[in-house]
Design a protein around this ligand. Structure first.
Ligand SMILES: Nc1nc2c(c(=O)[nH]1)N[C@H]1C(S)=C(S)[C@@H](COP(=O)(O)OP(=O)(O)OC[C@H]3O[C@@H](n4cnc5c(=O)[nH]c(N)nc54)[C@H](O)[C@@H]3O)O[C@H]1N2
Ligand SMILES: Nc1nc2c(c(=O)[nH]1)N[C@H]1C(S)=C(S)[C@@H](COP(=O)(O)OP(=O)(O)OC[C@H]3O[C@@H](n4cnc5c(=O)[nH]c(N)nc54)[C@H](O)[C@@H]3O)O[C@H]1N2
Ligand code: SF4
Ligand SMILES: [Mo]
Length: 730
């Protein structure tokens, strides 16, 4: 078992929570291979401070009463347990048949957010996809962070160049589309306890500005809260850039030496009209002017943009202009701004080694973003006949029917597949048509070294995530499933001839000699990463040190001065006006100001809860005791004009779907907005017991049209969909 110590019958393991990027250090008390208690590891020098109820109750998911404990094969409307041999053989044969009939793209994958919290999952999934040679790759990015990848590529030269926030020195926080009081300070960068640290700065005189259509927990504590019209951050941020450039408040040195494209940026700002921008984002011109001036003249400042900016048809432009604000006011690589953290491995260089061939989808004609196609396109690629049609799929750590747009359409498409394989702990909404359910290993049951997020931490930090308990005997890590599938399909991992034979040889050697250590595991990759990683104090890290630092390891101080060197643009400058962004902004400026379409006067807003993790904890007993959490939150003015009272049943509908739920009256949303939390409406099935599925709330993404997407990030209007609301007869 992992690092820990015994004390009579119980054992204590120090590791970290892998639900979100905060990666809180935790102390797990274990008895008889069962989790007894999880608490914050206060000896963790970096990352225990966000510790929350999700981490505290992680043991309950491990012991989920409906957990899948062995491979299960669908027989009619039931599932029966099978051996791994049977599962791998059957899946491999059916996938090979699909490929023989229609080519490699007939086999596809969707991978979700938790895949990124395993050190081996994505690497070996890609090895298997490369073995097949399929381009049918779909990822969660298009309903989350693609805008950031697109902007990072265009401005800094790498999709992974994610500047970290230097919270402890910041005097002016401009937080746009983020609710760190609930979600923790993380999205491709993480500052442990970031919100509390920002509040500590505020107590010392710093200003916190929150831009959010909802009066969130973070907005409540802000010095300034601007309740912007959703999807219009680009207009506010362009207005701020304009004020700063017009009034000569920019950082001359960085605009001259660091930025490339200032002339184009100035031209764009000059052509925009501040009153027009103010109308678009529904803020007063004077409000835009004053935040712009305060931001520019603050001693130190940072703009932070997150999912509230990205989940719109304008997301990439909003994200881009947030970065532009930081660059032109001299906030990059300076105290209190956004730094580059080199970490212990150069993940940006590693990402650069992956050279995927450009690929366009046959129906939409769109290219991949960050190595994957958009979830919005998946239904058409399954249901449109012809070469390249997807016939077999794996869902790896995902619940796309709930997390993506127009879940009903995706559900109908998944039902048409010849083969659907789900790798998960429980059978959720997106897995209901699965032919095979494969039992996954929870992070409490596996070792992880998350080296590729090394650049995303706000200080050089390493933590070897030890497992706390052993997994159920039949559960398997994804890497093992993908390796076994490639071998059974007779297709070489990574497309590299000889690798499958080598892995098989290590297995034989381990069996014959009785030394399990000879068998290939992803730890070989971890060790290689550490052995070739950055030096600290002139020395490379040793594997033994990595394993022995049970509470996590802060490797050195936070340093400035690494940003310029990390840039991957050919001229080593930040490209502040990529032509495709400028062009798209001009298109937005030419469009008329946003207005609700006839019949759908409201906009659908979105919230996260401290006790939810996207769609996968809402069924956990104890975290949501009342089952509450799925309601339509309506502003009192709107409620009174619709004749809706607190607790009334309402129907919320859009041109693509409808949901029914209880109304809750609150002035948290802007008038004209209805909040329905994301992540609910996923049923949990019972493949072992065969009892009825349990339902938890409604899926608000059934209302989101998958048709229109941001052309740059391919993200749909998850947080600005127009809807109608009506009261249902009691
Ligand atoms: N309207 C709206 N839509 C949204 C969002 C929003 O705010 N509003 N948020 C978006 C964001 S930011 C995200 S990240 C996505 C999430 O979208 P997804 O990643 O598609 O969905 P999750 O809800 O995270 O579901 C993860 C699934 O993986 C399983 N799982 C967890 N750990 C493991 C593991 O180690 N192995 C395996 N095999 N399975 C595992 C869980 O049981 C669960 O079924 O949703 C997006 N969709
Ligand atoms: N408790 C909890 N923590 C989480 C997660 C979780 O599900 N639960 N998910 C994790 C994941 S996967 C991610 S990606 C991060 C996300 O972290 P954040 O991006 O901070 O996520 P949210 O808390 O949803 O905050 C987004 C905010 O944007 C606002 N917003 C919506 N539309 C607009 C708009 O047009 N303009 C502006 N300015 N604001 C808008 C919303 O009202 C909301 O308050 O959180 C992580 N942390
Ligand atoms: S879910 Fe909670 S405990 Fe786990 S890493 Fe995120 S903030 Fe920390
Ligand atoms: Mo996310």
């Amino acid at each position: 078992m992992g690092s820990g110590h015994h004390d009579g019958m119980t054992q204590t393991v120090h590791t970290f929570c892998r639900y979100c990027l905060a990666a809180c250090g935790i102390e797990v008390t274990v008895a008889d291979n069962r989790v007894v208690k999880i608490s914050a590891d206060k000896q963790n020098p970096h990352s225990w401070q966000d510790f929350c109820a999700k981490g505290r109750t992680a043991g309950r998911l491990v012991e989920h009463p409906r957990r899948i404990l062995a491979p299960m094969r669908r027989v009619g409307e039931r599932y029966v347990e099978a051996s791994w041999d049977e599962a791998i053989r059957d899946i491999a044969a059916r996938m090979n048949a699909a490929i023989d009939a229609a080519g490699p793209d007939a086999v596809g994958v969707y991978y979700g957010n938790p895949a990124g919290f395993s050190s081996s999952n994505v690497i070996f999934m890609n090895a298997w996809l490369d073995a097949i040679g399929t381009q049918s790759r779909y990822a969660v990015g298009s309903v989350d962070q693609n805008a950031m990848h697109v902007v990072a590529q265009a401005m800094y030269g790498s999709i992974l160049m994610a500047p970290v926030s230097d919270v402890d020195h910041c005097d002016y926080f401009l937080l746009v589309g983020t609710n760190p009081a609930v979600s923790a300070w993380n999205w491709l960068e993480t500052v442990p306890g970031g919100w509390r640290r920002a509040l500590a700065r505020q107590a010392d005189g710093a200003t916190i500005v929150v831009i959010d259509p909802l009066r969130t927990e973070s907005a409540e504590r802000a010095d300034v809260h601007l309740a912007i019209r959703p999807g219009q951050d680009w207009a506010l941020l362009l207005g701020m850039v304009k004020v700063i450039l017009d009034e000569g408040l920019e950082h001359i040195q960085d605009c001259t030496d660091l930025a490339h494209g200032m002339a184009e940026l100035r031209a764009l700002a000059a052509d925009a009209d501040l009153d027009d921008l103010a109308r678009r984002c529904d803020l007063a011109r004077s409000q835009i002017e004053s935040v712009a001036r305060d931001f520019a003249i603050a001693k130190s400042a940072m703009a932070v943009t997150r999912t509230g900016v990205s989940m719109h048809l304008t997301g990439t432009i909003g994200e881009w202009l947030g970065h532009v604000l930081n660059v032109i006011t001299g906030r990059m690589d300076r105290p209190g701004g956004r730094r580059f953290e080199p970490g212990y491995v150069d993940a940006i260089r590693m990402a650069g080694l992956v050279k995927a061939a450009p690929h366009r989808n046959r129906v939409s004609g769109r290219e991949m973003v960050a190595g994957a196609h958009a979830l919005a396109e998946l239904p058409d690629e399954i249901s449109t006949p012809g070469p390249g049609q997807i016939r077999a799929m794996v869902i790896n750590c995902g619940n796309p029917v709930v997390s993506g747009p127009d879940g009903a359409r995706l559900d109908a498409a998944l039902a048409q597949l010849d083969l659907l394989v789900a790798i998960d702990f429980v059978q959720r909404e997106s897995h209901r048509h699965a032919h095979w359910l494969l039992p996954a290993v929870h992070w409490l049951e596996r070792d992880d070294l998350l080296s590729f997020t090394s650049n995303m931490r706000d200080e050089p930090y390493l933590h070897y995530g030890a497992k706390a308990v052993d997994p159920p005997p039949q559960a398997r890590q994804e890497w093992r499933i993908f390796v076994d599938l490639a071998i059974a399909m007779g297709r070489p991992l990574f497309g590299a001839k000889g690798l499958n034979s080598f892995i098989k040889a290590t297995r034989t050697a381990a069996r014959v000699t009785g030394r399990p250590g000879l068998e290939f595991t992803p730890h070989w990759v971890d060790r290689l990463v550490v052995a070739t990683g950055r030096k600290f104090n002139g020395r490379r890290l040793s594997w033994r040190d990595v394993r022995s630092r049970r509470h996590g390891w802060v490797l050195g101080p936070r340093e400035y001065g690494h940003f310029r060197d990390a840039l991957r643009t050919p001229d080593k400058r930040v490209h502040v006006a990529p032509p495709e962004f400028v062009e798209r902004t001009r298109e937005l400026l030419a469009e008329s100001a946003p207005a609700a379409p006839p019949g759908y006067p409201f906009q659908l807003a979105n919230r996260r809860h401290r006790h939810s993790m996207n769609s996968w904890l809402n069924d956990l007993q104890g975290l949501h005791p009342s089952g509450k959490g799925s309601e339509a939150v309506i502003h009192p003015d709107d409620a009174s004009s619709l004749g809706i009272r607190d607790g009334d049943r309402v129907r919320v509908h859009s041109p693509v779907g409808a949901v029914e739920l209880a109304a809750s009256i609150s002035d948290q949303p802007r008038p004209g907005m209805v909040i329905i939390d994301h992540g609910w409406g996923s049923r949990v099935f019972d493949p072992r017991g065969g009892s009825a599925p349990e339902a938890f709330g409604v899926n608000r993404n059934l209302l989101v049209d998958a048709g229109p997407v941001d052309p740059l990030s391919q993200t749909p209007a998850l947080s600005s969909t127009y809807v109608a609301v009506e009261r249902l007869a009691p």
